[in-house]
Structures are given as C-alpha cells and as structure tokens.
Design a protein around this ligand. Structure first.
Ligand code: HEC
Ligand code: HEC
Length: 189
C-alpha cells in the first residue's frame, strides 16, 4: 500500500503539478468567506449558501457571471480575476464542504399543500431532484436562505437574472405570492 501511494505521488508530480507548499485555492476561497461566511453561513441573508452546493452548478454560475450572462455587482469584481481552472477548483472546494443548517422555520401545512400542487405543475422535482437537493448542474434549493430564494426567483421572473430561459419562462407562470410561498417552503426543508 505504502509503495502504491508513493508511486501515485510521483505520477502526480511528473504530471506537472506545480511544486507549491501553500494551497492557492485556500487563499482564493478566503476572499469568498467575507460574504459567503467563514463557517458556510452567509453574512447577509440575500447572499446564498455555497457550502455543499453542487459542484457543476457552482462552476456554471461562476462562468456565467464572468461571461456577464448573470449580473451581480458584488460578484462581478470577484469573477473578473478568476480563470477557468480557479473556478473549477473553487467549485470542487465548496461542494465538498457540509451544507450548513440555518434552522429556518418549516412551512405551515397550508403553504406546504399549495407548494405540492405548484411543484407538481412546474415539475420542479424532475430537475431539482428528490428532497430538492439537486445534483450536478442542478442547484440544491432545500434549506437555502429564504431572502435569497425569493430574490433570485423574482430576478428570473423579471429577467434581471437571464442565464436560464427555462426558469424565467416557468416562473412567469406564477404570481409573486406563489413565489413567496415556494421560497418559504424550500427554505424550511
Ligand atoms: C462582496 C460579497 C461577495 C464575495 C466576496 C463573494 N460573493 Fe459570491 N455572491 C455574492 C452575492 C450577493 C451573490 C448573489 C447574487 C445574486 O443575487 O444574483 C453571490 C452568488 C454566488 C454564487 C451563486 C450561488 C447560487 O446559488 O446561485 C456563487 C457560486 C458564488 N457567489 C461563489 C463565490 C465564490 C467562489 C467567491 C470567492 C471566489 C465569492 N462568491 C465571493 C456575494 C459575494
Ligand atoms: C427543466 C429543469 C428544471 C425545472 C423543471 C425547474 N428548474 Fe429550477 N433550475 C434549473 C436549473 C438548471 C437551474 C440553474 C440555472 C442556472 O444555471 O443558473 C435552476 C435554478 C433554480 C433556482 C435558483 C437556485 C439558486 O441557487 O440560485 C431556483 C430557486 C429554482 N430553480 C426553483 C425552481 C422551482 C420552484 C421549480 C418548479 C416550479 C423549478 N425550479 C423547476 C432547472 C429546473
């Protein structure tokens, strides 16, 4: 076993990994903690949880923000300095962290019942998966902050968030009250 590991390390070094003792991704990730939180709990409720979010999804959002397909004044200067490899490494880094529990209240039965009807008509679970934990490039919604879920769904609906046409057209079929109800239920999962 010991020999096997040694061989693997040699292979990695010879494959061209930079001989560095510091972890450059740790340094880059430290910048993110200023807003997304030291322990995974965002410093402001309008800022999303990224600890434990799905890797493919984190990467796509960083890429879309860099391309300008998703616009946000706070994230724009951050992604400007990130290359593709940094974004992939950051996505893997944050996806491997545990999702924090914000302990948001569970939705009242009336909200939950109407949500079930809306989720069925909008087929939310087909993409966001069982328990709304998503997978790959589909985001986790369960336990995300209420304020952020509400903001981003209204942004899709108004076109302020324009990086996914499907979500925009789908959310246009719901009222603002419906969307508030969805955010309450998802936040409390
Ligand atoms: C100055 C505060 C700030 C910093 C620093 C910051 N972010 Fe953000 N981030 C935000 C805000 C605010 C949003 C929500 C944008 C919106 O509402 O569309 C966001 C959104 C995101 C999203 C999208 C999440 C989702 O659920 O769609 C990802 C991924 C992300 N940030 C990753 C990072 C990474 C990685 C870093 C560090 C390299 C970082 N952020 C640094 C404020 C910040
Ligand atoms: C056909 C697949 C599909 C269906 C159906 C779907 N979604 Fe999505 N949803 C996505 C994808 C993909 C994204 C990420 C878009 C992107 O790249 O920014 C997303 C993003 C979201 C986000 C933003 C998450 C974040 O962290 O910013 C919310 C909230 C959301 N969907 C809620 C819903 C709800 C509620 C329903 C049902 C009414 C629904 N979705 C139905 C695929 C789907």
């Amino acid at each position: 076993m010991g020999r096997g590991k040694g061989t693997l390390a040699l292979l990695l070094v010879s494959a061209g990994a930079a001989p560095s003792f510091a972890d450059p991704i740790e340094d880059k990730a430290a910048i993110c903690s200023a807003c997304h939180g030291e322990n995974g709990i965002p410093n402001d409720k309008a800022i999303p949880i990224i600890w434990g979010q799905n890797e493919g999804y984190i990467y796509i959002e960083l890429r879309d923000m860099k391309k300008g397909a998703r616009k946000n004044d706070q994230m724009a200067p951050i992604v400007e300095n990130l290359e593709r490899d940094d974004m992939m490494a950051l996505a893997a880094y944050f996806a491997a962290k545990p999702w924090p529990n914000l302990d948001q209240p569970r939705a009242a039965p009336a909200d939950a019942n109407h949500f079930a009807v809306m989720a069925n008509s909008g087929q939310c679970g087909a993409c966001h998966q069982s328990g709304f934990k998503g997978a790959g490039t589909q985001p986790r919604l369960a336990g995300q902050t209420y304020e952020y879920l509400l903001k981003t769904m209204l942004d899709f609906r108004s076109g302020a968030r324009a990086n996914n046409d499907w979500m925009t057209s789908l959310l246009k079929t719901f009222s603002e009250d419906d969307i508030k109800q969805m955010a309450r239920v998802l936040a409390g999962l």
